[in-house]
Design a binder for this molecule. Structure first.
Ligand code: BTN
Length: 263
């Protein structure tokens, strides 16, 4: 069902927003909630507003992929944040969001979700949620659009996604209510983001490391045309970069790349 006015009011009543979630704007179908959020850049009081849609016709994933955005069964939302971070540090906001997202999912999902760098959420090795940050500069304003998609009650996926995607319902054998998950996510995003602004990245990295099962595993990491093989060690505290001990015995920290788990 599309979100009703009562749904919107219920979510709003559950929020303790300092910044993220002071306003919830719901839609039935949109092209992409990130695109709707982008149109609000520069408008007064829209920082921290949550754009929530029941379906997307052109949901965007990372690396130019599309995000399967079936109506009634998923959570598709975007949040606008002002930032003074330079573009190369925007990935820190995705790490902050990843911690809030995995914790919100694990509050409701008995099947445990884990973070996979840079910002995928997996259950039993399949993707259940993802994060897309887009940097937007208009005149002297820098804003980040933080987009989050969660596969909640999907019963199946189109063929090309079947071996890589899953939903909370498929992994747990039951249907989930979307509204409590949305309000938990937005409250956690608000808290984690305030902690990041006040204390820096370190508490987020600690939580990130605790909520990932990729460390100690053999991985490949592709960056541009190069592929590295090694063991994932940790995210470093200062930058949130992925540290790998390569098979040649060299420790390298990566700020971006695509990771494949080898075992
Ligand atoms: C990924 O590839 O893992 C990122 C997926 C992000 C999907 C969300 S759904 C809400 C928001 N609007 C979009 O078009 N994409 C993001």
């Amino acid at each position: 069902m599309p979100y009703s006015q009562e749904d919107q009011q219920w979510i709003q009543s559950q929020l303790q927003a300092e910044l993220i979630g002071h306003e919830i704007i719901t839609y039935d179908s949109v092209d992409s909630t990130n695109n709707i959020a982008k149109r609000l850049v520069g408008e007064p009081d829209k920082e921290g507003a949550v754009i929530l849609a029941n379906s997307q016709t052109q949901g965007k994933g990372r690396l130019g992929r599309t995000w399967h955005s079936e109506e009634n069964v998923g959570i598709y939302l975007s949040i606008l944040l002002k930032t003074s971070l330079p573009p190369e540090q925007i990935s820190r906001i995705a790490l902050v969001a990843g911690v809030a997202l995995v914790q919100a999912i694990n509050e409701y999902s008995p099947a445990r979700a884990y973070l996979k760098w840079p910002n995928d959420i997996l259950i039993n090795g399949k993707k259940v949620a993802g994060i897309l940050t887009e940097f937007c500069k208009k005149k002297d304003l820098s804003e980040v659009i933080l987009g989050i998609g969660i596969n909640v009650n999907h019963a199946h996926f189109p063929l090309p996604l079947q071996h890589i995607a899953t939903s909370l319902a498929m992994e747990n054998g039951k249907i989930f209510e979307r509204l409590p998950l949305i309000s938990s996510l937005v409250n956690r995003l608000d808290q984690e983001y305030q902690s990041f602004l006040n204390e820096g990245l370190s508490p987020t990295v600690t939580q990130w490391n605790l909520n990932s099962d990729m460390f100690g595993k053999h991985i490949s990491l592709t960056k541009g045309t190069q592929t590295f093989f090694g063991t994932a060690m940790k995210l470093d505290e200062e930058e949130g970069h992925l540290v790998i001990l390569t098979d040649n015995g060299e420790e390298i920290a990566f700020n971006s790349g695509e990771v494949t788990l080898m075992e």
